[in-house]
Write a protein that binds this ligand. Structure first.
Ligand code: 4NP
Length: 169
């Protein structure tokens, strides 16, 4: 879906309450920062007002910059994530965010396991938002090569465009 087509949706459709979206992976240094960056890019181009952040289920990388391969991938696709810092998913996220998207199935299980009982956040796999890709995970590129980060970017950009369309409806 081209950005121009998304912009047309925005002109013709009424936005509901401002969404607040959290992307969650394991370390918050590879996949979820790229998902955050892709969604920020698409949302800002269409004028969608939205709160966006990312977090990890684990705490190993808290306070660290994104993985250097993720930063290089973001630059290659036109955005800079060098200022992002990893953080761990927190209880307040389940009240602050309307939507929490897991990058893979393990992340989804971990998020659901720690959700407070009074959380109203919608929790699902990120690729559930992409027609035809429901139930799929964004593959973890951490132990692979640079090409894996390119695949991650394609996946999160596809999700960002699908998500933006949903929220503009
Ligand atoms: P992420 O990738 O969850 O997409 O940020 C990983 C980062 C770190 C590790 C695994 C995956 N790790 O094993 O430290």
């Amino acid at each position: 879906m081209a950005i121009a087509e998304i912009a047309v949706y925005q002109m013709t459709m009424v936005s509901p309450e401002k969404p607040a979206i959290l992307f969650v992976c394991l370390g918050n240094i590879c996949r979820s920062p790229l998902a955050e960056a892709a969604f920020r890019m698409v949302a800002s181009k269409t004028g969608l007002a939205v709160e966006v952040d990312s977090a990890g289920t684990g705490d190993w990388h808290v306070g660290k910059s994104p993985d250097s391969r993720a930063m290089a991938t973001a630059i290659r696709y036109g955005t800079d994530i060098a200022a992002y810092r990893a953080r761990q998913l927190a209880d307040e996220d389940f009240h602050r965010f309307t939507h929490i998207f897991a990058l893979d199935h393990a992340n989804l299980g971990d998020i659901r396991a720690r959700a407070p009982h009074d959380s109203n956040a919608h929790i699902s796999l990120l690729l559930d938002m992409v027609p035809g890709r429901e139930g799929q995970a964004v593959a973890d590129p951490y132990f692979g090569d640079e090409a894996g980060f390119d695949t991650t970017w394609q996946d999160v950009m596809e999700a960002a465009e699908a998500l933006t369309l949903r929220f503009l409806r």
